[in-house]
Write a protein that binds this ligand. Structure first.
Ligand code: IDC
Length: 309
């Protein structure tokens, strides 16, 4: 059977900021994000990804590597960094074998400004972009969520350092750039975009029980202006990853994104005891197959949304 990658090939940013395939046809990806790779590496395996692909219609995986949280890439030793690079390698190879797209996510969060660890980021993106230069299915997300004490000018400065490092190795991959305020301020990127490269998209993140019309307006204005937008993370619950699953608001969001061919990735693959996790805590099966009762409500909702079942 032909995989998504066989069908579309390497993607790039086309007219009006839309993601397009090798023939210039508009494509939107629908995926799932891992939880932190330091904490939940078990889910990064081919059998699990295959199930996401076959039973959920997922066509992309986001590998979320925290940088500053416990056991993150920047706060531990070289052995830990090698371990994380190994998990990424396993994830990229599994995704590639299955014809899935894969995002390598430099998951800043408590390190709110990507300039804090920019030297380590430069070294990391040099490593991964040289390693995966020949892989047409890899996206690089250079900073998950810039937040407190971080301006768009800071993010832009960081992007202008990291992008040339990636491009020296890999001329064609799509690079994803986070925006201020936990990846909500597309308007700031639109007012002063990164101009050194034209195969970039800007991230917007929403959590349906927290973010509503105000963020939707920022998003629709950015789309109307032709800004390339990719929703690299969303949740159906509150912004803390927990509390109520708000299916009604989540439907409004995804209908809007579908209408604009925006790609999206749901947070998160794990059995952590929180609403946004895909599996109930009692489920410690990392390869599948899964029973409906293993799934939390948002995961069941997403599966139905993507497959109709
Ligand atoms: C949350 C996880 C939670 C973890 C916390 C801090 O769900 O288990 O304890 O991070 O590491 C984001 C972030 C994402 C957050 C998520 C929910 O990108 O890392 O995950 N969220 O709070 N932005 C908005 C929400």
């Amino acid at each position: 059977m032909k995989t998504k990658y066989d069908k579309y090939g390497a993607l790039h940013v086309g007219p009006k900021g839309r993601l397009v395939d090798r023939n210039g046809e508009v494509v939107a990806l629908h995926g799932y994000s891992t939880h932190g790779l330091s904490w939940y590496p078990e889910y990064v395996n081919r059998d699990f990804f295959e199930q996401l692909k076959d039973d959920w219609n997922v066509d992309a995986i986001r590998l979320a590597m925290y940088t500053a949280e416990e056991d993150g890439y920047c706060v531990e030793d070289d052995a830990n960094r090698e371990k994380l690079l190994g998990v990424i390698d396993r994830g990229v190879k599994a995704a590639t074998e299955l014809g899935l797209y894969v995002i390598i996510d430099w998951h800043i969060l408590s390190d709110s400004n990507p300039l804090i660890y920019e030297d380590l980021a430069a070294d990391f993106f040099e490593k991964v972009s040289s390693r995966y230069a020949a892989y047409g299915n890899v996206f690089y997300e250079i900073c998950n969520e810039p937040n407190e004490n971080c301006t768009w000018a800071d993010v832009k400065k960081y992007a202008e350092r990291i992008i040339p490092i990636i491009r020296k190795n890999d001329r064609y991959s799509v690079i994803l750039v986070g925006t201020p305020k936990w990846s909500q301020r597309l308007d700031e990127a639109e007012a002063d975009p990164v101009t050194i490269d034209d195969n970039l998209m800007y991230s917007v993140h929403f959590y349906a029980d927290t973010h509503r019309d105000e963020l939707r307006k920022i998003y629709t204005d950015a789309i109307a202006a032709g800004l390339p937008v990719f929703c690299t993370e969303f949740g159906t619950c509150a912004a803390d990853g927990n509390n109520a699953h708000n299916a009604e608001q989540a439907e409004i969001w995804l209908d809007l994104m579908d209408a604009n061919d925006t790609s999206y990735m749901m947070w998160n693959i794990s059995n952590r005891d929180e609403t946004s996790a895909s599996f109930v805590p009692e489920c410690d099966n990392y390869t599948g197959p899964y029973k409906e009762s293993d799934l939390r409500e948002p995961a069941r909702w997403y599966k139905k949304r993507l497959t109709g079942k």
